[in-house]
Design a protein around this ligand. Structure first.
Ligand SMILES: [Zn+2]
Length: 224
């Protein structure tokens, strides 16, 4: 007797429990509603490896603008962790379609850490959420040995030398267990000036471990 009610009950519960779209509050069958998902995917870069060159090559899923900017805000400041997981999947799919030259088939994936105080107040590190689902799909190894020593002020508006000074000494490796020949890929949510990731890469390279580049969800790249 109860069996026949089960599917109906499940449907009703799903309808009730399914979170609405974090962007517009409409009902959503996935993380975002179809409308917002389309808006976000319009910001996807046709060539994510466009900046895969130079000292620290950059791989970016999309442009840091409009809906992408808004959704990353929803992830970081409103605690919508599912957005981080979804972006990790999209980044992984994009990466697998066009694995850039100079990277390796097996990577050690390191998310850019938050300062412990910021981590405690936010409750999670968005770069780690992205990196976790990136690794689940690509089969690469997640490594959390990079830690942030101190807070840095927002980089925007600082001169190049002030930006470098701001992040110098910001990171340390704690209990790292790299093997000879390991290649690291750094992961962050956004890339603007690149000073933060360059400082992280320098710490890893200082112990003779190769860093092939950085992969991010979005870039509003402003360095020249
Ligand atoms: Zn929506």
């Amino acid at each position: 007797m109860f069996k026949s009610w089960q599917p109906l009950l499940n449907q009703a519960l799903n309808l009730f429990l399914k979170p609405n779209c974090p962007m517009c509050d409409r009902t959503a069958s996935a993380v975002f509603c179809k409308y917002c998902q389309r808006q976000i995917q319009d910001c996807q870069l046709p060539h994510p490896d466009l900046y895969w060159q130079g000292d620290l090559p950059l791989f970016a899923w999309g442009k840091y603008e409009s809906s992408v900017k808004q959704s990353i805000g929803k992830l970081k400041y409103d605690g919508h962790r599912s957005i981080g997981h979804l972006y990790g999947e999209w980044l992984a799919n994009s990466w697998q379609k066009s694995i850039p030259s100079g990277s390796a088939t097996k990577l050690v994936v390191i998310p850019i850490p938050l300062h412990p105080e910021k981590l405690a107040s936010r409750g999670f590190n968005q770069a780690e959420l992205i990196a976790r689902s990136f690794c689940q799909i690509t089969g690469n190894k997640l490594d959390l040995s990079l830690q942030r020593n101190r807070s840095t002020v927002a980089q925007f508006g600082l001169s190049k030398s002030a930006r470098q000074e701001n992040v110098a000494g910001a990171f340390t490796l704690v209990n790292s267990a790299f093997k000879p020949g390991d290649t690291v890929l750094l992961i962050d949510d956004i890339y603007t000036t690149g000073a933060t990731v360059r400082s992280a890469a320098a710490v890893i390279r200082s112990i003779q471990v190769k860093v092939c580049g950085v992969a991010v969800i979005a870039t509003g790249r402003i360095d020249k």
